[in-house]
Design a protein around this ligand. Sequence first.
Ligand code: PLP
Length: 382
Amino acid sequence: MERNNLSTSVFGLSYDQIDSLIEQHDTPLFIINREKLIDNYQAFRSFFPGVEIYYALKANPHPYIIQVLGEIGSSFDVASLQEIQLVLSYGISPQRLIFANTIKRKKGIRFAKENGITRMTYDNFDEIGKIARVYPEASVILRIKTPSVGSRINLSYKFGAEPQEALDLLLQARDAGLNPIGISFHVGSPCTNVENYIASLKLVVQIFEQAAIKGIHLTIVDIGGGFPLQVYQTQNNEVSVESMGKTLTPLLLEYFGRDCTFVAEPGRSLVGSAGLLISKVIGRAKRSGKNWYYLDDGYYGTFSAIPFDKSIFEFYTLKDDTEKYPCILAGPTCDSIDVIADGVMMPEMELDDLVFVPNIGAYSWASATTFNGFDKPKVILS
Ligand SMILES: Cc1ncc(COP(=O)(O)O)c(C=O)c1O
């Protein structure tokens, strides 16, 4: 492999290690960095003391991630029967799971019951009936709709009860024999506006008070996910998991006191920066005066993060100290939609040159398909 003179390693891997991984497995390679994953988890813990972490498996359900996070004490937010099955198969106790999908299949609820997952979310009246029929002993957490101002993906569009409806939904759950235990929300992802969380917590306090008057004693505040994977520069300041923790942790105690259980369901902020893609140039062409480079991973693979998560990535090569030109990066499939970046500045590349894509750990490998027969990238834990 050609080396540039800027660094001696990529993502903690020496060039020799990368060479040998490629020789063994070929590209594309999806590297999960164990140290980074652990650092992100520990950082979250330290910035949100007293908040229990339920890693949102949907962000990346690879078994390495379940194993690493499971070993260091993480709990898990799971969205389906299959996700429950997967996490349990790694020896995680059902007590460490929340079934955090407000629209569940009956067989998913039944599976939760049979396997001792006691807590699940809901946000509508029909779901109460469904849960009560299948799993009348379940404890339920009501998800409410909250502001998503500035978030890339609005997670109060498809989910979340109107806050005005919350009391009725809690009463109905109790009347159906279920055990309403708390409120959850999701401010959108990634969220760089801490005001979304603050406004949400204010709504949750009001619901706690209304419920208490009716004899429902809620004890769980689930602040969801949405935390950014890096430091963002906004108009007035920097936003990060650290800055959000500093603002929100004191508010949780002020609003709810020490008797409540605080839960967060981070996905992106734990795994986003722990993922690196190594892809290879497999084709080149000049079309209408533009340089096209075809990579061995694309829109239907790891870059499915572009349509599904609206992600924007940065691309690096081992020639980054040479002059760069605008080009188009495309994936390997026969579909014209399979374009990863148009107008991106890259050095002149040749066949077999490597392209490195950091910060690609979340909502990427998880949604990759094998369209046209191309395998998902081989996952390596480094
Ligand atoms: C219910 C729920 N919790 C947590 C998450 C994770 O969000 P994020 O990756 O922004 O932390 C999601 C993402 O879709 C979600 O739907």
